[in-house]
Each structure stands twice: as structure tokens, then as C-alpha cells.
Ligand binder design. Structure first.
Ligand SMILES: [Zn+2]
Length: 373
């Protein structure tokens, strides 16, 4: 278990939360089911989830049939069997093929709704969905169809599931900055439906500097800005995401651990890192979960969050990420509280909502009682 006293920037639980954490630890001594149950039921936010990466093979085949699209795999089973990736690029090749079934507003709604129902089941009360419009507009699907279906699902989730969901538009970094500018222009008439921009797809060879001008334009427009950096790419990419793109969060960022000066900066500024454990193992960023550096990052005082990235492809949604992480590494209930706390600290929500969410989290732990008591 990590030592809460090592890094001064880390959030500290209130006495009521500490008392609840002590009850959880006591109950853990008699039942191995206690910590997994806490992880599943604690309120949490998800900040790094690509909605196209939530497209399950079953829905992919259903949409292919509905739209008369043929897939290069004969069955759901054959498609799942192909999810044995060597690196980021081998995943991206299948990911872009899968997105070809998405054509109508209803398709985008159905995909987002399926994720949002899973989010509600995982006790996610706030989620920020990445979407890749260029994957769709390049196939002739209008921007309004993409944003229309996704935003309708987000509105309905708030009303029917109690899940607050926002959209973040991602530029594909293997394409040019000019194409990113064209995508931004096409999406601006729909601006009330999305809150910010990100940068995703193939990282190595496409440094953040490539998108300096379009990110400056996005900041001038008052959009929230995030970027993938330091997943497979070097710490230098994290530096330039911070200094050139001036991002508010780093997506992944696990390679920062190679650079002590960068680690000090990330800790001092409480710059959030949206870490995706199952994705990192599936794409061989770490050979196995027990070798993941999340506990070390957390202990250094970084604002670390846990996320699912592309859950349909990487073996699980947010709760499965928490369960796999805590099963393989020396993490305990205080770390669970801190990771959930960080998810609300890092979320793009106003002060009133942040306060409410943090109160709900603290109440969950403060009132926690063993089921056997
Ligand atoms: Zn990602």
C-alpha cells in the first residue's frame, strides 16, 4: 500500500472517510470480496474512453447487417479472435475497419447508449467521451450525423440513467494539421454539443508540435484541450503537449516515469494523467499488469486516474480496469478513494458539480459498512 504522507500534493481523506477506510480494511481480513465490491460500487468519473472503441463485436455485426456493410470477418467469434494486438498500430487497423459500420444518426446513438448503460452499471456518474469525426467524415458521413447521434445519447443518459456525459472531439494525429483545421471548422456550428478537443491515433512519429496552430486556435475559442502523449511515445512528447499544446490533461502519460524532471513538474502542477491499465497491457506498453507503474506514479503525487480507453477491444470497461489493477498490484482502499477523488478533480465540470461529486464519494466511504456487520 502506498504511503499517503510521501507527496504533499495528494488529496487527504477526511476523518470520516478514514474511519470508513479502516472498516473496509478490517472487513478485507475476513473476505476477499470486500475490496472488489468497493471498487465496483464507489462513485467515479471516466475521462479517457473512445466511443468508437466501445463498439462490441455483436453490435458491430448488427449495424453491419442493418446497413448492408460487409465486414472482413465471418463471425463475432472470428472478430474477437483478431483482438490479439502486438502494438498500437495493429489495434488501430482493426478499430478503423470496425468503424465502417457506423453510417446513420441512430448508429451513433446506439453505440453511445450501449456504453452509457454500462457506465451507469459501473457507478460512473460523470464521463467524457472521445470521438473521432475524421474516421467518419472521410467515409462521407456528415459531421451533424456523428455529433447528432452521440449528443442525443448523452442527453438521454442524463435524464434516464443519471449519468452526466460530455463529448471531446479528437483530431487523428496521423493526418495533417490542415485536416484537423477542416474538422474543427466543420464541427464549430455544432459547438454546443461538445466541450473540447483531444489528439489520438498513432503516436510515434507524430509529435504534439505538429498540431501547435490548431490547438492554439482551439484555446482561443475557449475549448478544453487534452492530448494523448507518452503512451508509446517518449517523455519529450509529454513536455511538448504541456508547453506547445498547453493541454489541461495528459492522456496516458505513463512514459513520463523515465524523466524525473517531468515527474516533478507533473506532480507539482497536479497535471492529471488519464491512465488506461488494461489497454497498456493489451498493447504491450507493460508486459503484465503486475509490472504497471500506476502505483509508483500515484505515490509520486501525480493526479492519476483510471480509464478504459477502448473497452470493447482491450478486455473490459472501467470497473474491470479497477479490478485487474487492484488484483495484480499492492493497492488498497485508500488508493481506491484517491483514484476516484482524482477522477472528479480532473473532470471538466464546474465547481458546484465537483463539490457535489466529491461529497458523494466521501459519503460512500464514510457510510460504508461490512455486509456481514
Ligand atoms: Zn486513448
Amino acid at each position: 500500500m502506498t504511503d499517503p504522507t510521501t507527496a504533499p500534493g495528494r488529496p487527504q481523506p477526511s476523518p470520516a472517510v478514514l474511519a470508513g477506510l479502516a472498516r473496509v480494511e478490517a472487513a478485507m481480513r475476513t473476505s476477499s470480496a470486500v475490496l472488489p465490491d468497493v471498487l465496483r460500487r464507489m462513485p467515479k468519473a471516466e475521462l479517457h474512453m473512445h466511443i468508437e472503441g466501445s463498439l462490441e463485436p455483436e453490435l458491430m455485426f448488427a449495424l453491419a447487417q442493418r446497413n448492408g456493410v460487409s465486414l472482413p470477418y465471418p463471425s463475432v467469434e472470428a472478430l474477437r479472435a483478431a483482438y490479439d494486438f502486438e502494438d498500437l498500430q495493429s489495434f488501430l487497423d482493426i478499430y478503423y475497419a470496425g468503424a465502417s459500420v457506423l453510417l446513420t444518426e441512430q448508429d451513433f446513438f446506439d453505440m453511445a447508449w450501449a456504453y452509457l448503460e454500462r457506465a451507469a452499471a459501473d457507478h460512473i456518474c460523470h464521463t467524457e467521451l472521445f470521438f473521432d469525426p475524421q474516421t467518419h467524415t472521410a467515409r462521407g458521413v456528415p459531421m451533424a450525423v456523428v455529433v447528432g447521434g452521440l449528443s442525443r445519447a448523452c442527453r438521454q443518459a442524463r435524464e434516464q440513467l443519471g449519468v452526466h456525459a460530455s463529448l471531446i472531439l479528437c483530431f487523428l494525429r496521423h493526418l495533417s494539421e490542415e485536416e484537423a483545421f477542416a474538422t474543427l471548422e466543420a464541427a464549430l456550428p455544432l459547438r454546443e454539443h461538445w466541450i473540447g478537443v483531444g489528439l489520438d491515433s498513432s503516436e510515434v512519429g507524430h509529435p504534439p508540435e505538429k498540431f501547435a496552430r490548431v490547438f492554439r486556435r482551439c484555446r482561443e475559442l475557449g475549448l478544453r484541450v487534452v492530448a494523448h502523449a507518452g503512451e508509446e511515445g517518449p517523455p519529450a512528447y509529454v513536455w511538448s503537449a504541456l508547453d506547445v499544446l498547453q493541454v489541461e490533461r495528459i492522456d496516458h502519460g505513463v512514459q513520463s516515469a523515465q524523466d524525473p524532471a517531468l515527474m516533478r513538474r507533473l506532480a507539482a502542477s497536479r497535471m492529471p494523467l488519464t491512465v488506461c491499465p488494461l489497454s497498456n497491457v493489451k498493447l504491450c506498453v507493460f508486459p503484465a499488469m503486475h509490472q504497471h507503474n500506476l502505483p509508483a506514479l500515484l505515490e509520486t503525487g501525480l493526479c492519476i486516474t483510471v480509464n478504459s480507453d477502448d473497452p470493447a477491444y482491450f478486455g473490459g470497461y472501467l470497473n474491470q480496469n479497477f479490478l485487474a489493477l487492484f488484483a495484480a498490484l499492492p493497492l488498497g482502499p485508500r488508493d481506491a478513494w484517491e483514484l476516484a477523488h482524482n477522477s472528479f478533480e480532473a473532470a471538466f465540470i464546474d465547481t458546484t458539480e465537483r463539490t457535489l461529486r466529491l461529497q458523494q464519494l466521501d459519503a460512500f466511504f464514510a457510510h460504508w459498512q461490512s455486509a456481514a456487520a
